[in-house]
Design a protein around this ligand. Structure first.
Ligand code: FES
Length: 144
């Protein structure tokens, strides 16, 4: 049975560190030159759920292209927005208690009926996404 020497063991550790370092430095470079295939905004409508799965006063956050979207069933109907805050791009959430969309990063609040800024530092409204209901299913974006 062969025994590994201290020198061989240290060589093995060094090689592992070199490979790990190359990956840590190389992966972001590769990702920069070969970005993900996800589109900024999908060209086709994206299914959210069945209408009965999103009662009035509730929301869902789903993937919408490269970024998430938030869909809210407000008292005046279904609304969808990009879930990316217009301040520093945190992901907004739904506050059923306050009946507002809020950004937890810097206490930004948005009106769910039109995405406008209610309070806080966001400089502009959330980007609205069209909502369509087809055969009892909710779709956002594109033309269903
Ligand atoms: S990132 Fe949303 S309020 Fe600052």
């Amino acid at each position: 049975m062969s025994q590994i020497t201290r020198r061989d063991f240290m060589k093995l550790i060094n090689r592992g560190l070199v490979v790990t370092g190359a990956f840590v430095i190389g992966a972001p470079v590769v990702a920069y030159f070969y970005p993900s295939d996800l589109q900024e905004t999908p060209s086709e409508p994206v299914r959210v759920c069945n209408v009965d799965e999103l009662p009035v006063g509730e929301s869902k956050t789903i993937s919408y292209g490269r970024y998430p979207a938030i869909i809210i069933n407000t008292s005046t109907g279904l609304k969808a927005y990009s879930a990316v805050c217009t301040h520093f791009a945190c992901i907004v959430k739904w506050s059923a208690d306050k009946n507002l969309i809020y950004c937890p990063c810097h206490d930004g609040y948005f009106d769910p009926s039109n995405g406008s800024v209610v309070s806080g530092p966001p400089p502009s409204p959330l980007t609205e996404i069209p909502v369509n209901v087809v055969n009892n299913e909710i779709f956002i974006g594109g033309a269903a």
